[in-house]
Design a protein around this ligand. Structure first.
Ligand code: CP
Ligand code: NVA
Length: 310
């Protein structure tokens, strides 16, 4: 049965069904193939996406903007100083107004509540382009990448090593929906939030996968098909960087750790990477690393999201 997703928000992947996630992956594969063949696909001709950025971005900004262009539409970049939000206009009023001009809103915010506020008040789809809690567009591109490299998602073991942050949360949510086994290894103080872990566990059970949170990175990567890491200090946590560097010292993804995973394990990172901290250059530049294919897939996954939602 065809999955209709027009008008849906993308707030986090728990709110989407497995079928909706699979529809995005399938659409992304088609759009990627068409693009590689030089075939144009102006599916969103005449449509405009507003892109609100409270934080910097390379991949999300460029891939959404280029994606809208390739789909025949237009994308509007609205940085931290561009909107009246800075002068106290509410998120709700901003959402209502932008909905009168644009066909969709993608937003990168500090507080996840801002995404919820936007979605509650917009009359067009709202796409979470990263909040302090979730980064769902990244994980859709990640699932596409794992699918391409491993041929399937169900039963894949993904070890996330590092901070129990927005990426860990989103990998648990997305992985759970497609029946993966996701193990997060963090120092206890930086474990992902318990309420998020338990929601992911329930979803994983339904799909035949599992979620675990452990302290030992060695235990996490044992027999892993995918090793994933992210920065130790996320955007907005710069003041904690030094303390975090100490806390995460034994959580570096280096060649000794990689050796403990399956011999054909792939290495993933949402980027930007802090080489020499959460991952060594040796590992990120190794043949097992798929980080640039992963970055490319942001484009194809975002085009799929846009063409299905807008
Ligand atoms: N991975 C990711 O979202 O990168 P940017 O911060 O560059 O958008
Ligand atoms: N956890 C990182 C991801 C960046 C794409 C951050 O929020 O800064």
């Amino acid at each position: 049965m065809a999955v209709t997703m027009k008008g849906k928000h993308l707030i986090d992947l728990h709110r989407w069904t497995t079928e909706e996630i699979e529809e995005v992956l399938k659409t992304a594969e088609t759009l990627k193939l068409e693009k590689k063949r030089g075939q144009e696909h102006p599916i969103l001709k005449g449509k405009t996406l507003a892109m609100i950025f409270q934080k910097p971005s390379t991949r999300t900004r460029v891939s959404f903007e280029v994606g809208m262009y390739q789909l025949g539409g237009y994308a509007l970049y609205l940085g931290p100083n561009d909107l009246q939000l800075r002068r106290g206009e509410t998120i709700a009023d901003t959402a209502r107004v932008i909905s009168r001009y644009c066909d969709g809103i993608m937003a990168r915010v500090f507080s996840h509540n801002d995404i919820l506020d936007l979605a509650q008040n917009a009359t067009v789809p709202v796409i979470n382009g990263l909040s302090d809690l979730f980064h769902p567009t990244q994980v859709l591109a990640d699932l596409l990448t794992i699918m391409e490299k491993k041929g399937h998602l169900k039963g894949i073991k993904l070890a996330f090593v590092g901070d129990g942050n927005n990426m860990a949360n989103s990998l648990m949510f997305g992985g759970a929906k497609v029946g993966m086994h996701v193990v997060v290894a963090s120092p206890k103080e930086y474990f992902p939030r318990e309420d998020i872990v338990s929601v992911a566990k329930a979803d994983a059970k339904l799909a035949g996968g599992s979620i675990a949170v452990v302290e030992d990175p060695v235990e996490a990567v044992r027999d892993a098909d995918v090793i994933y890491t992210d920065v130790w200090a996320s955007m907005g946590q710069e003041a904690e960087a030094e303390r975090r560097r100490k806390a995460f010292k034994s959580y570096q993804v280096n060649s000794n750790l990689v050796k403990l995973a399956k011999p054909d394990a792939i290495i993933m990172h949402c980027l930007p990477a802090h080489r020499g901290e959460e991952i060594t250059s040796e590992v990120i530049d190794s043949p097992q690393s798929v980080v640039f294919d992963e970055a490319e897939n942001r484009l194809h996954a975002h085009k799929a999201i846009l063409s299905l939602l807008l």
